[in-house]
Design a binder for this molecule. Structure first.
Ligand SMILES: [Zn+2]
Length: 273
């Protein structure tokens, strides 16, 4: 089912950790951002769009994690974009002969049979200097940053006042750092500052997973995510309900502890003897 977020911006929520697929209406069809998770959900979405007389004319993946680079044949064979770094990262995965086995190893078991991987990751990287998505619709500004994953992009649909945040600014997930990066926490804090610079233009923020928030929520989420990242940096215990005893998802406190461990390990490895 499609829900309207703003004029010409619709949302489809998947069952798997409230994954959001975003539909932006253009002149001749729609831009589909982070297409969805299960085959059934994506086929339904394609069907809904067909009934609205709104074919998919382009796709975009906010980052190279499996849950953002799927596709269904019913959406059609249209250009699918990502940032250059995002495309390079997923193409690197696809260059391994055992990529399907690698992906299968990280899929959630309860949905694995319903997740179609045939068209996974077939995206074209936009040039580094691309400031917007090339398509026939409202201007969609690309706000690239390093924080959650290589080549992660948030998208600002200025005339609709909508910020598509990818896997940032979620009300249900705490920050997931890119622990392979040179400076995971520094990157995360820099990305949050970047979001602050566009906050005045945003009426609605759509996270990759979780609920849509208004302008106040955007600022509150920036603050909450900054507090989490700073607590990790300073060795403190984050006062964050998302990883506390009543966390909305019971596996999040484990991911949190794992992040703390990995960061401590890095620090140890970097300390000269
Ligand atoms: Zn995700």
């Amino acid at each position: 089912m499609l829900k309207q977020v703003a004029e010409g911006v619709l949302l489809h929520e998947s069952e798997f950790i409230q994954s959001n697929s975003i539909v932006v209406q253009g002149r001749t069809g729609v831009l589909l951002i982070d297409p969805g998770i299960t085959s059934g959900e994506m086929a339904d979405l394609a069907n809904d769009l067909r009934e609205l007389g709104q074919p998919v004319v382009a796709g975009f993946s906010t980052h190279p994690d499996w849950d953002h680079v799927l596709w269904h044949a019913a959406f059609g064979d249209v250009p699918r974009f990502g940032t250059a770094r995002c495309a390079a990262s997923i193409h690197d995965l696809l260059s391994h002969t055992d990529w399907k086995a690698r992906i299968a190893g990280v899929l959630p078991p309860e949905f694995a049979d319903e997740i179609p991987t045939d068209l996974l990751g077939l995206i074209t990287g936009l040039p580094d200097e691309a400031a917007q998505i090339p398509w026939d619709g409202p201007k969609v500004r690309i706000i690239e940053h390093q924080a959650h994953a290589p080549g992660h992009a948030a998208l600002l649909i200025e005339e609709r006042g909508v910020l598509v945040a990818g896997d940032m600014l979620s009300d249900v997930l705490m920050p997931f750092l890119d622990l392979d990066a040179a400076d995971p926490i520094g990157d995360y804090l820099a990305a949050l500052r970047l979001f602050e610079t566009v906050a005045d233009d945003v009426d609605a923020v759509i996270p990759g997973h979780g609920s849509v928030g208004g302008a106040d929520q955007l600022r509150a989420r920036i603050k909450q995510d900054r507090a989490y990242a700073e607590a990790l940096r300073d060795g403190g215990v984050p006062d964050d309900p998302r990883v506390g005893p009543s966390a909305p998802l019971d596996w999040l406190p484990d991911v949190h502890r794992w992040q703390v461990q990995r960061l401590a390990q890095r620090e140890q490895d970097e300390t000269p003897e």
